[in-house]
Design a protein around this ligand. Structure first.
Ligand code: UDP
Ligand code: MG
Length: 151
């Protein structure tokens, strides 16, 4: 059997943390057979955020994006599973929640594009870069998940 095990990078943005839906969001991923490989709840700095979102630095929303991402703690996550990059992008939903499909995290929780609750890597290459940007190699754990979700 061919497998396409991937690790992707996710951020639960400050409104997800303040809204008390850290567990709800991680639960959705776990129920979809994505395992948490690394996790950190912390405040991120403006410099870190500007570097992370450098591709958007010339966009009009950049300042507001940095303000928002540094407005409270975030959860940094490495998630591992089959086709994890694509799976998480689907589960998060469209960037603008008005375009997000029912059942996605952004459809259910995001009030607008700027405060859209979650980030996830958009390709395997982005995932590798973003994981290395936020995590030390030794923070990325390796374990074999149980063959089915418990409970
Ligand atoms: N963003 C925004 N206004 C826009 C486009 C993007 O505020 O018109 C913010 C939004 O929070 C988004 C982030 O910038 O999640 C990164 O944009 P991107 O296009 O990479 O969307 P994503 O990959 O997060 O879906
Ligand atoms: Mg993006």
């Amino acid at each position: 059997m061919t497998t396409s095990l991937q690790t992707t990078f996710v951020i639960i943005k400050p409104n997800g943390v303040k809204g008390g839906i850290i567990g709800e969001i991680i639960s959705r991923f776990e129920k979809s057979r994505l395992s948490v490989a690394a996790i950190s709840l912390r405040n991120i700095t403006r410099a870190e955020t500007e570097g992370f979102y450098a591709e958007h630095k010339d966009r009009g929303f950049f300042g507001e994006l940095v303000d928002f991402m540094t407005s409270g703690p975030v959860v940094l996550l490495a998630l591992r599973g089959e086709k994890a990059v694509e799976a998480v992008r689907h589960m998060n939903g469209a960037t603008n929640p008005a375009n997000a499909l029912p059942g996605t995290i952004r459809f259910d929780y995001a009030p607008n594009t700027g405060e859209n609750v979650v980030h996830s890597s958009d390709s395997a290459e982005s995932a590798a870069r973003e994981l290395a940007y936020w995590f030390k190699a030794e923070e990325l754990t390796e374990y074999t998940p149980a063959s089915h979700v418990l409970g």
